[in-house]
Design a protein around this ligand. Structure first.
Ligand code: ADP
Ligand code: MG
Length: 266
């Protein structure tokens, strides 16, 4: 495990550490996730080991069914691995109760997009719901209303950011820890996709957020520092600072390989 700017600690006396302490933002050890039993068992994740340093932007790519969404859900505490452990900001989440997980998501993972500049074309409520939408969840308007009420902006849900004072805009803004996004640009036009990717990049470079983004788009992945390739529930290599062309070439090779292994090559 990499520790940044801190002393090495033995794993067995590692205390519960809050966000902002040294150590990877996201750490998975031996993570497996299987669906079903017996002959029909699907090994969606077949043993994932990974440590993502803070303030890095990682893209995850792989053929359909390779386990990308399962990986993201397990890493974000939205799904429970069948085996292995997940740490977020140094905190072991594997044994957490539903309530503890919900609180963790709320405080560290939820509403991370509010830390970026608000998107001017969306209402305040839509801005609050954006991170959930980008993480692949159904928008929860009651939750958005509760968040806005907490910061005294309940009556501003339908306004645009431009109609709020600077101070009011700041109140919609919280500090992100980790951003998980599953195909965040999949349904967006090119202009809006570029805007969202620029915000993600800015969150990493200027605000120290850690971004993990699943995408099938090499052009989107090229915004990341590193691309991790998944195949059949396991990691199948990575690419640092790759261009869209190089990323596309690696994806093509990976897809061809998994097709051959599945016996469906043309
Ligand atoms: P990806 O996002 O890369 O397309 P997923 O993580 O969605 O892949 O799925 C990985 C594998 O796990 C696939 O074989 C998929 O069919 C299977 N899978 C995913 N979710 C479930 C589920 N809820 N029940 C059964 N199988 C599932
Ligand atoms: Mg998926």
């Amino acid at each position: 495990m990499r520790l940044r700017g801190g002393k090495r600690r033995k794993a067995d006396d590692r205390p519960e550490v809050p966000a902002g302490t040294p150590g990877p933002a996201v750490e998975l050890r031996g993570v497996r996730r299987q669906y079903g039993r017996g002959a029909g068992t699907v090994h969606a994740l077949a043993g994932i080991d990974l440590a993502l340093p803070r303030a890095t932007f990682t893209a995850v790519m792989g053929p359909s069914g390779s386990g990308k969404s399962t990986f993201l859900q397990c890493a974000a505490g939205l799904d429970r691995p069948s085996a292995g452990s997940v740490r977020l900001g140094g905190t072991e989440i594997t044994g957490m109760s539903e309530n503890e997980l919900t609180e963790l998501r709320r405080s560290r993972l939820g509403f991370v997009f509010q830390a970026f500049n608000l998107l001017p074309s969306l209402t305040v409520e839509q801005n609050v719901l954006l991170p959930l939408r980008l993480a692949g969840h159904r928008p929860d308007r009651r939750r958005a209303a509760a968040v806005l009420a907490q910061v005294g902006l309940a009556d501003k849900a339908r306004r645009r950011p431009g109609e709020l004072s600077g101070g009011q805009q700041q109140r919609v803004v919280t500090t992100p820890d980790v951003v998980f996004a599953d195909e965040p640009t999949g349904a967006l036009d090119t202009g809006t996709a570029t805007e969202v990717l620029g915000l993600l990049r800015h969150a990493v470079d200027a605000l120290g957020a850690t971004v993990v983004m699943v995408t099938h788009d090499p052009a989107a992945a090229a915004w990341a520092d590193r691309v991790l390739f998944l195949a059949d529930g396991g990691f199948a290599g990575s690419l640092e600072r790759g261009s869209a062309e190089r990323i596309a070439a690696r994806m093509a090779a990976l897809t061809a390989r998994t097709d051959v292994m599945a016996g469906v090559a043309a």
